[in-house]
Design a protein around this ligand. Structure first.
Ligand SMILES: *[C@@H]1O[C@H](CO)[C@@H](O)[C@H](O)[C@H]1NC(C)=O
Ligand SMILES: *[C@@H]1O[C@H](CO)[C@@H](O)[C@H](O)[C@H]1NC(C)=O
Ligand SMILES: *[C@@H]1O[C@H](CO)[C@@H](O)[C@H](O)[C@H]1NC(C)=O
Ligand SMILES: *[C@@H]1O[C@H](CO)[C@@H](O)[C@H](O)[C@H]1NC(C)=O
Ligand SMILES: *[C@@H]1O[C@H](CO)[C@@H](O)[C@H](O)[C@H]1NC(C)=O
Ligand SMILES: *[C@@H]1O[C@H](CO)[C@@H](O)[C@H](O)[C@H]1NC(C)=O
Ligand SMILES: *[C@@H]1O[C@H](CO)[C@@H](O)[C@H](O)[C@H]1NC(C)=O
Ligand SMILES: *[C@@H]1O[C@H](CO)[C@@H](O)[C@H](O)[C@H]1NC(C)=O
Ligand SMILES: *[C@@H]1O[C@H](CO)[C@@H](O)[C@H](O)[C@H]1NC(C)=O
Ligand SMILES: *[C@@H]1O[C@H](CO)[C@@H](O)[C@H](O)[C@H]1NC(C)=O
Ligand SMILES: *[C@@H]1O[C@H](CO)[C@@H](O)[C@H](O)[C@H]1NC(C)=O
Length: 866
């Protein structure tokens, strides 16, 4: 403070000198040059808000909006036009503002190149051109602005290399080039930026190794190289910069191990992310010394071994080791969780998709109550869920799916009142579903599939107001489906009750599920007539009711299901005529097999596509296309020919190609053995068996082993000779359009009920690709959820951990990508909006495909920042 007058004095002195110099050179008058330059600048831009209306000769240019002049010499020192919705190009005349110190045009829509003439601005200290649509290269001439402190060019569409001689800017402290299209390698000269503190090169297309010269940047605090194509090992020289506070190497192709002494050489690190790389080896013990650490993210690598104690990390907010090979599969693997009880601000704890075994330790109830996300799925955990989990009162996402957890679902879970997503699927939970689960009033996803749950479905589950999807499949649930659940009008994605022991009639309240996209009731003992109210579920795309005891005829109201794509009513006791309206629905698959339908088989619409249809086992059908080989109809419309069809259904259908694949349906069949093979080879969760093995296991796919026929093929039961594992083999008829897709979908559903993949959750069944390319299946989004509730559907914890393995448009949590996340939020909202419009019950209300495509294109552009 005492030095301030001195400082002011010297600044003034410099200004005086500068002024007199320019007066001497005055070409023609410095001030006129500035005015001309500003007017030229204005002349090539589009000023839709009219903010530059003051830029005219009636005012001195020093009074123009956004212009600041030096007090004495009246030359432009600062041009601040940020966030003014300006567009057009940046005039090269800008280079004539030779006294300019600050050029701030950020957050506008300028396009085309950054003019080379910017390099003439030798007094420039701060250059902010970020958040525009600038393209072309970073002008190497910028290296002539030798006083620059701050260069912000992030969030543009810049291309080409990072100019090597830029590093002659020895005063530069901040270089922000993230979110562009920069390519090439990081220049070796980067080590010459001797004053650099912040270097952000993330979200570009940089390749090659991280240069060792970075280690020369002794003042570096924050380095982000996230989401490039960098290869090679962890940059040892960077691990040497003790000033570092944040290091983000995520989403590259780096490999090798982490330096053993990382925690000692970088004691000030607050943020460490190496997510989505190819790192191996163990987590270095020294990391436990990083007592400042806020975020520790090593998601999606190949780390092995134990997880050390994190006891000193009292500042930890975010801990994710998801998607590695950590743990021994044995007892006590999760003891490290107890060391995290000292992290009193912990927000997210993700240890899913590893090889952790043993029980979930009781100490989890001492974790910080700030915890919102706790993800343990896809491990080899056994034991029970401690009832003291009820202490974690702020939990919003809890997943223990795909483990071997047994015992009852603790009723205390019902006290976790903020839970929005609860995934307990594919474990060995027994007992009844606690009725207290109905108290989770914020719940949007409930997944209890693939357990040994008994008893009836509690009607308290009908209290949910926000539920989007409920998965209760593959348990031993008995009794009737509570009408209350069939009244949950928020249910818009999926209701899956399949493979249980449910009885009674389908409640007429089903008609309330006007937004439901998928309903699966197959493999139960439901009886009675199909309620005509089912026709009110006008958003249904997938309706599976096979393997039940439904009687009566197909209600005519089903003609209202205009969006239906797949309909399976097989293996019931339905009778009567096959209604003609099925011809008019846009079905891609229709399975009416093994019922008692009679009379004339229609020939139009889906019936013309023999590979999309199965009508086997309906003895009294007649007519239809010749391919069905049904008897001709008598004039009475009744079949005379009651011959029993060959059980070897495939040959009788004349199917050309049958391809055998083993599906993860073995989950469905015999989960107890699941872990045996799931953990047998590091991370390969598919059981590998030969065709011969399958042939033997199913006794040559004998009809005795046939346990069901679906729209795309049949399921056989079998026992593998080798380890006596009971399996289910799904035989797909690849002749049928969509069969392999259906298989993959099923595998995905079984394997991938993991919420880190946002979009799969988001649409229930579609990968991101679909979301942005055809993206037309988003109708699952209920209007009820839009717009206020959209962000409740899309949980913030989800957003933080989202990522999609399928393509390059990866979206991940990094500190640096917070801004991106906000964008994603926006995009999701827009996408949901489109989803709702597309899902209008009446096709004519829907947006045209062209409009949808255009809108999605716009969203995509926003998301990838182009
Ligand atoms: C430029 O400076 C000259 C003298 O230094 C002065 O007469 C003239 O009015 C100035 N013009 C503007 C536009 O400021
Ligand atoms: C960016 O500019 C828009 C106007 O174009 C404004 O609404 C928004 O607040 C600005 N954003 C920031 C972060 O300044
Ligand atoms: C201003 O800049 C333009 C483009 O760089 C240049 O052609 C022109 O000579 C400059 N004018 C003056 C007065 O310096
Ligand atoms: C950097 O390179 C560009 C062209 O490659 C050149 O115009 C500029 O003068 C160079 N800057 C320095 C400081 O060497
Ligand atoms: C550099 O610019 C960024 C904005 O783009 C700002 O946050 C930062 O404080 C600036 N740094 C310096 C040293 O001026
Ligand atoms: C980097 O600096 C060293 C000296 O510190 C110099 O020899 C070298 O030429 C510089 N490299 C570049 C590309 O400027
Ligand atoms: C780390 O720093 C030390 C001393 O500053 C130096 O001797 C060593 O070579 C550096 N290691 C790397 C890999 O840069
Ligand atoms: C827990 O953290 C505090 C700092 O918040 C520290 O003083 C204490 O030693 C830690 N406890 C253990 C057991 O390490
Ligand atoms: C299904 O329920 C019936 C009684 O309704 C019972 O006899 C049967 O054992 C149950 N089956 C299974 C697999 O639980
Ligand atoms: C029918 O569905 C197909 C595929 O789902 C789609 O391409 C087609 O546009 C739909 N037709 C109508 C009339 O809805
Ligand atoms: C730049 O864009 C990012 C991403 O959209 C946004 O988070 C940030 O606020 C923007 N900055 C400005 C100054 O507009």
């Amino acid at each position: 403070m005492e030095s301030t007058p001195g400082l002011l004095y010297s600044v003034t002195a410099i200004a005086l000198v500068a002024c007199s110099v320019s007066d001497v050179q005055g070409t023609p008058h410095g001030n006129e040059t500035d005015q001309l330059a500003l007017l030229s600048f204005k002349s090539v831009m589009v000023d839709q808000l009219g903010v530059l209306s003051s830029w005219s000769s009636s005012h001195h240019f020093c009074q123009w909006f956004g212009v600041t002049c030096g007090r004495r010499h009246r030359r432009v020192t600062k041009l601040d036009l940020q966030s003014q919705e300006l567009s057009g190009t940046i005039s090269p005349h800008i280079g004539n503002l030779s006294f300019l110190r600050v050029l701030d045009l950020q957050n506008n829509s300028f396009h085309s190149r950054i003019p080379l003439e910017v390099g003439h601005l030798s007094r420039l200290l701060h250059l902010y051109l970020n958040n525009n649509s600038l393209s072309g290269p970073i002008p190497p001439s910028l290296s002539s602005c030798s006083n620059l402190l701050n260069i912000s060019l992030h969030h543009n569409m810049l291309q080409g290399y990072v100019p090597a001689n830029l590093s002659s800017l020895s005063k530069l402290r901040v270089l922000l080039l993230q979110n562009n299209g920069l390519s090439g390698e990081i220049p070796l000269s980067v080590g010459n930026f001797s004053s650099l503190e912040y270097l952000y090169l993330g979200f570009n297309k940089l390749r090659g190794a991280v240069p060792d010269t970075l280690g020369n940047l002794r003042n570096l605090k924050d380095l982000s190289l996230v989401e490039n194509n960098l290869v090679g090992n962890f940059p040892l020289s960077v691990a040497n910069i003790s000033s570092m506070e944040a290091l983000d190497l995520g989403v590259n192709q780096l490999m090798g191990t982490l330096p053993l002494d990382l925690g000692i050489t970088l004691p000030n690190l607050q943020f460490l992310s190496v997510i989505d790389n190819r790192f191996t080896g163990s987590i270095p013990k020294s990391i436990s010394n990083m007592s400042q650490l806020n975020e520790f993210q090593i998601t999606s690598n190949s780390f092995t071994g134990d997880v050390l104690s994190f006891r000193k990390m009292s500042n930890l907010l975010w801990f994710s080791v998801y998607g590695n090979h950590l743990g021994s599969g044995q007892a006590n693997d999760l003891n490290f969780l107890c060391s995290l009880t000292n992290s009193t601000n912990l927000n997210y704890l993700g240890i899913g998709d590893n090889n952790f075994g043993g029980e979930v330790p009781k100490c989890i109830s001492n974790l910080s109550i700030t915890l919102e996300g706790f993800v343990l799925e896809l491990n080899a955990l056994s034991g029970t869920v401690p009832s003291s989990i009820e202490n974690l009162i702020n939990l919003e996402v809890l997943s223990v799916s795909f483990n071997n957890i047994s015992g009852r679902i603790p009723p205390e879970i019902g006290n976790l009142r903020k839970v929005k997503e609860l995934y307990l699927a594919f474990n060995v939970f027994t007992g009844e579903i606690p009725h207290t689960l109905g108290n989770l009033s914020m719940l949007t996803f409930l997944s209890l599939s693939g357990n040994n749950l008994l008893g009836t479905i509690p009607s308290s589950l009908g209290k949910y107001q926000r539920l989007l999807a409920i998965y209760l499949a593959d348990n031993k649930l008995a009794g009737a489906i509570p009408p209350e659940i069939m009244s949950l009008s928020s249910l818009s994605m999926s209701a899956d009750f399949s493979m249980n022991n449910l009885t009674g009639e389908l409640p007429v309240e089903i008609g309330n599920l006007k937004h439901l996209g998928e309903l699966d009731l197959s493999g139960n003992k439901l009886s009675g007539k199909i309620p005509s109210s089912l026709g009110s579920c006008m958003s249904l795309e997938y309706l599976y009711m096979g393997d039940n005891m439904f009687v009566g005829s197909i209600p005519s109201t089903l003609s209202s299901l205009k969006g239906i794509q797949e309909l399976n009513l097989s293996h019931n006791r339905l009778l009567g005529q096959i209604p003609d309206f099925l011809e008019d629905l846009n079905l891609t698959s229709l399975d009416l097999s093994f019922n008692n339908f009679q009379g004339n088989l229609p020939t139009g619409g889906v019936f013309a596509n023999t590979s999309a249809i199965s009508v086997l086992g309906n003895e009294k059908l007649c007519g239809g296309l010749p391919e069905y080989r049904l008897p001709k109809c008598m004039s009475t419309g009744r079949s005379t020919d009651g011959r029993v069809r060959n059980v070897s259904i495939y040959t009788s259908l004349g199917i050309l190609t049958i391809v055998f694949m083993l599906s993860l349906l073995c989950f469905l069949w015999h989960r107890k053995q699941r872990k045996t093979f799931a953990s047998s080879s590091s991370n390969d969760r598919f059981l590998k068996v030969s065709y011969q093995d399958l042939l033997e296991a199913t006794v040559g796919f004998s009809s005795a082993n046939l346990i069901g026929t679906g729209s795309f093929g049949s399921v056989f039961k079998g026992v593998l000779a080798l380890d006596q594992i009971t399996i289910a083999v799904k035989v797909l008829n690849l002749d049928r359009h969509g069969a392999s897709k259906s298989f993959i979908k099923e595998c995905e559903a079984l394997r991938n009920i993991r919420h880190r993949n946002l979009v799969k959750m988001f649409t229930g069944k579609r990968p991101t690709d679909d979301m942005f390319s055809d993206g037309l299946n988003l109708h699952f989004f209920t209007k009820a959820a839009f717009p206020e509730r959209v962000l409740q559907i899309i949980d913030p914890v989800l957003l933080k951990e989202t990522h999609d393995e399928d393509d390059g448009r990866d979206i991940r949590r990094t500190r640096r990508s917070d801004d991106r996340l906000r964008k994603i939020h926006e995009c999701l909202v827009s996408t949901v909006e489109i989803g709702v419009v597309c899902s209008s019950e009446v096709p004519s209300d829907r947006m045209s495909m062209r409009d949808v495509a255009a809108a999605l294109q716009a969203i995509r552009k926003k998301l990838i920042g182009s």
